[in-house]
Ligand binder design. Structure first.
Ligand SMILES: [Zn+2]
Length: 461
């Protein structure tokens, strides 16, 4: 997946007083979200309450222009007619009277109605449910809603990944101490309150909505880079990396696996529960999803390694979607000692252990730069050693194990020893994927295999 930097549209005028500028320059508006579109219309104060123009509200939905006979105005959507009378606070639709919560006003041949009248008008004319967030002036028609989930990954270079249920195109406003993503068009709502992550570059995430817009604000003490995935459904925020990290063109100065020692960093295993969030992975019957199986197994492996005094980190520890490329970047940036991806899949039975299928280490570099697509080449021998150790431990437990070389993502992009372990169910018994007893044997075998090669890996050039 390629990433593009989100343009910083606001906050470029340094020294400009934003809060004052916004309150005086930005007119009040109502935003209407439907499954097909979204649009904003001006809100004006009349009779001590917010009013909107009837035509502004209805014409984007395909309504006819209002027509007048005497004091009665008529407007139609899909042959459903509403009749409103100037000076009256009721309207008629399909022979029923309903309350508009304020008088119909006419100014320069424009029909004005109270903003809250949009609720009964749209409900009855479109025959759908309508939901108005009145203080923030956001109107949701039918089931037009967008959700998000957030995944925070701590570490030296922390990152926050936001996954959206539909593509989003926010503007960004970056100021000291916070980065705000502003959603002008998307019917974004929040299922959670403010989320706290800790200290440092990324501290918290808060949702807010006002004046027909939704915002997500990240607070922290560093400038954050904002990366948006090509499909627009994932946005990652991350501080500028303090040291050169394995991005698609990393300068290769030292063999990667010994970096831990040279930098005096602690060895740790990066455990990657594959899939997550909207990426469900394989489907095992009605309720069992690969993303849940891998997360459960990852937590068990994390604990098993912990019990043996081997440090490990979880690449995700919640139900979030972390893009493939990002998984490799995080592993490389944090200088993991060993990377292990967990999968679950059909067909067959037993366990499959994968290493990358790169063949020619010469392909890995172009001059002094490590190539992203073959970053794994220099570590491949050590990856195979890890794979073999894990495979033989699994076999000792009586499991059927296939050891395979496969160009499986993101192994090729990882500069440290990397394997993937895929669980298959025992025959037709899909529930065996969740068997605590079976999984305990698998994580014990993986941990023993890692413990065996840990010393060799660090020591090898
Ligand atoms: Zn998978």
């Amino acid at each position: 997946m390629r990433w593009t930097k989100l343009l910083v549209m606001l906050g470029v005028a340094a020294g400009f007083c934003w809060p004052l500028a916004i309150s005086s320059a930005v007119p009040e508006q109502l935003t209407v979200y439907t499954a097909q579109t979204s649009y904003s219309l001006p809100v004006m104060e009349r009779q001590g309450k917010p009013y909107i123009s009837l035509a502004d509200l209805l014409s984007p939905l395909g309504a006819s222009a209002p027509t007048v006979k005497g004091k009665e105005w008529r407007v139609q959507i899909n042959k459903i007619e509403a009749r409103l009378t100037e000076g009256k606070d009721k309207a008629a639709i399909r022979g029923n009277q309903f309350d508009l919560d304020g008088k119909v006003l006419v100014e320069n041949q424009r029909v004005l109605v109270p903003m809250v009248a949009a609720l009964p008008l749209l409900t009855r004319m479109l025959n759908v449910s309508v939901n108005l967030h009145q203080p923030s002036r956001r109107l949701f028609v039918g089931n037009a809603l967008a959700h998000y989930s957030a995944g925070f990954i701590p570490g030296e270079t922390p990152s926050l990944t936001l996954n959206f249920s539909q593509p989003v195109h926010p503007e960004a406003d970056q100021q000291a101490g916070h980065t705000t993503l502003i959603f002008n068009k998307e019917p974004l709502v929040s299922d959670t309150g403010k989320q706290q992550f800790g200290e440092g570059a990324i501290q918290s995430l808060a949702f807010s909505e006002e004046n027909g817009k939704a915002s997500l604000t990240v607070t922290g003490n560093a400038h954050l880079n904002i990366l948006r995935s090509d499909d627009g459904k994932t946005i990652t925020l991350q501080p500028d990396t303090p040291v050169a990290s394995a991005s698609p063109a990393q300068e290769q100065s030292t063999p990667a696996a010994t970096d831990n020692q040279r930098h005096g960093q602690e060895f740790f295993v990066m455990i990657d529960p594959s899939h997550g969030g909207y990426d469900k992975g394989a489907n095992f019957g009605e309720k069992l999803l690969e993303k849940d199986v891998t997360l459960k197994l990852a937590r068990e492996l994390h604990k098993e390694l912990d019990d043996r005094g081997i440090p490990s980190r979880m690449l995700r520890d919640s139900d979030v979607d972390v893009p493939m490329e990002r998984r490799a970047e995080i592993t490389n940036e944090q200088r993991a000692g060993i990377y292990i991806a967990l999968h679950a899949g059909l067909p067959g039975h037993g366990v499959r252990v994968y290493t990358s299928l790169l063949t020619d280490p010469q392909q890995a570099t172009a001059g002094r730069f490590l190539l992203w697509e073959s970053a794994q080449a220099a570590a491949l021998d050590r990856s195979k050693a890890v794979g073999q150790a894990v495979t033989s431990e699994l076999r000792k437990k009586g499991m059927t194990v296939a050891a395979l070389g496969l160009p499986i993502r993101p192994l090729n992009n990882i500069i440290v020893p990397a394997i993937a372990v895929e669980l298959a169910p025992e025959g037709d018994d899909l529930q065996s994927l969740e068997s605590s007893k079976r999984n305990a044997g698998i994580v014990a075998a993986i941990a023993t295999g890692i413990a065996q090669v840990r010393g060799q890996i660090g020591a090898r050039p």
